[in-house]
Design a protein around this ligand. Structure first.
Ligand code: SAH
Length: 487
């Protein structure tokens, strides 16, 4: 961060604009909008500025510029087309410790003006530290389009009700919850739709209504899938709930930037396995979850991938249900889906693979003893937690009648910048995995559709075994068109 964004109170503060052209005139307008008392110094003035002087809205300095000119002002903007002169103003302002912006010259400016979305009192300032003003403008347009038109009125009304809410909810956590619900609830809906009277009626019922109807501090659990690694792969709903939680219980596979979404007051509790430390037992996690919710907390149970795919979210939800506590479950992108997409492996591919199984590496246990038939019949198998079982998987494949040329992909650290994909075959699996020193977390995919990965690389910088898929292992060059035609 090269510059600190701040919101300056310029009401009734003297500000100076040097220059009298169109650009200067725009800056003068901006300063006046924030309540500043603006003075202008220029040899020539735009007609609108002259008019303002006549009407007494703008003061003009007629004396020639000197190094003392900037001294009485809070801030100044140099907006002439004389570069040397602008720099002189900036230098004088620096000596006098006055804020100075030189139009279109970031290096010479001690402050720069952001692109502004103004739905007062909601103000959004967008800056790129001078690198890409056009991008800032485009972001501004996007935000303008996305922001509800009456968001300013909503904020202003909330401001007027703050005192009332403080009186009604003396407990800080209760009050925060009230406001959290307020901004996504029916009163906010009324205000955003311009139904002021309806909003006030509803608010009165909530705040000054029957004291026995006082909102209780009910805890709730949200079992949320955080996705496979890329923080962009979390759902909007998951994102929103993480931001509202009082406590977050998280696993090893949850990325740091997802934890950053949490409120700064939220308590973060690690309940996963980490190198050298004993993992908390599932029973202990269930008990902790139930206790925290009972105590009135909003608890976000954050899991890698999807909570209901080898995530033991089912057990946690059952524990909450048994305790009669409320919960919500938010799905996530499971590692099989994330890794397949980021490694270019279509899990189903018309004519090649018509079904998928998600399983762990305990093949016979998870799939029954006829799993080799599945694979020979054009099926994709996505195996979780498989790294340590690779020797075993490899043995079984070779001894249970699976084609030795069956393509296999190992995707390590899928969807993260460290993603690595190793393409191999049933007969070469063990040797290739050992040579590549595969580490967890990794998914192992088996099935003919893996051949398409050769044509579908879009994420990894260096696709580890591109050559193997082209020349070695599979006999012939894989023709993408043929692959699809045969389908
Ligand atoms: N609930 C999770 C799975 C948890 S089991 C989900 O739906 O994805 C943990 C296993 O998931 C790991 O052993 C590994 O096989 C797989 N896994 C999780 N994240 C992964 C990633 N980024 N890359 C590859 N495999 C991953």
């Amino acid at each position: 961060m090269d510059r600190l964004p701040i919101f300056l109170d310029l009401k009734d503060k003297p500000c100076l604009v040097i220059g009298g052209g169109v650009v200067a005139s725009r800056k003068i307008g901006l300063l006046q909008r924030s309540g500043a008392i603006v003075t202008v110094l220029a040899t020539e003035l735009e007609a609108t500025l002259q008019q303002q002087i006549v009407q007494g809205q703008l003061t003009r300095i007629v004396a020639p510029y000197s190094s003392e000119t900037v001294v009485p002002f809070w801030l100044c903007i140099a907006a002439t087309d004389d570069v040397a002169f602008n720099h002189r103003v900036a230098a004088d302002a620096a000596v006098a410790a006055r804020l100075c912006n030189v139009v279109d010259d970031n290096a010479a400016s001690s402050f720069i003006l952001p692109a502004i979305v103004d739905r007062s009192p909601v103000l959004i300032a967008i800056g790129t530290e001078g690198n890409a003003p056009v991008l800032a403008q485009q972001l501004k347009n996007q935000i303008e389009a996305w922001l509800p038109a009456r968001i300013g009125e909503l904020a202003a009304q909330a401001g007027r009700w703050r005192k009332l809410a403080r009186k009604r909810f003396t407990d800080l956590r209760e009050r925060r919850r009230f406001w959290q619900d307020f901004f996504v609830g029916p009163i906010a809906e009324h205000l955003l739709a311009g139904r002021q009277a309806a909003a006030e009626k509803a608010m009165r019922a909530q705040l000054v209504g029957d004291a026995s109807r006082k909102i209780t501090r009910n805890g709730e659990a949200w079992i949320v899938g955080a996705g496979p690694g890329d923080p962009g792969l979390i759902t909007l709903r998951g994102h929103n709930l993480i931001g509202r939680a009082d406590v977050i219980l998280y696993d090893r596979l949850v990325s740091e930037s997802i934890l950053d979404i949490a409120r700064k007051e939220a308590e973060l509790i690690f309940v996963g396995k980490s190198a050298g430390s004993q993992a908390m037992s599932q029973e202990d996690i269930n008990a902790l979850l139930v206790r925290l919710v009972r105590e009135g907390n909003r608890v976000c149970r954050l899991k890698g991938g999807d909570p209901f795919v080898f995530g033991r979210g089912g057990e946690e939800a059952l524990a909450l249900a048994a305790a009669g506590l409320p919960f919500q479950i938010v799905p996530g992108i499971s590692a099989a889906l994330g890794c397949a997409a980021y490694a270019g492996i279509p899990l189903t591919l018309r004519g090649v693979s018509g079904s998928v199984t998600l399983a762990t590496a305990r093949l016979d246990n998870d799939l029954g003893s006829d799993w080799p038939q599945l694979l020979n019949a054009g099926h994709t198998l996505a195996l979780y937690m498989g790294v340590s079982s690779i020797p075993d998987i490899s043995q079984q494949l070779l001894h249970r009648g699976v084609s030795p040329d069956l393509p296999i992909a190992i995707v390590e650290n899928g969807t993260t910048p460290q993603q690595r994909t190793i393409i191999t075959s049933a007969k070469a699996l063990q040797a290739d995995a050992t040579a590549a020193k595969v580490v967890a977390p990794a998914m192992v995919f088996l099935g003919e559709s893996i051949r398409a990965a050769n044509h579908l690389q879009w994420f990894e910088q260096s696709f580890t075994d591109r050559d193997a898929i082209l020349d070695g292992g599979f006999g012939s060059h894989i023709d993408c068109n043929r692959l699809i035609e045969t389908g």
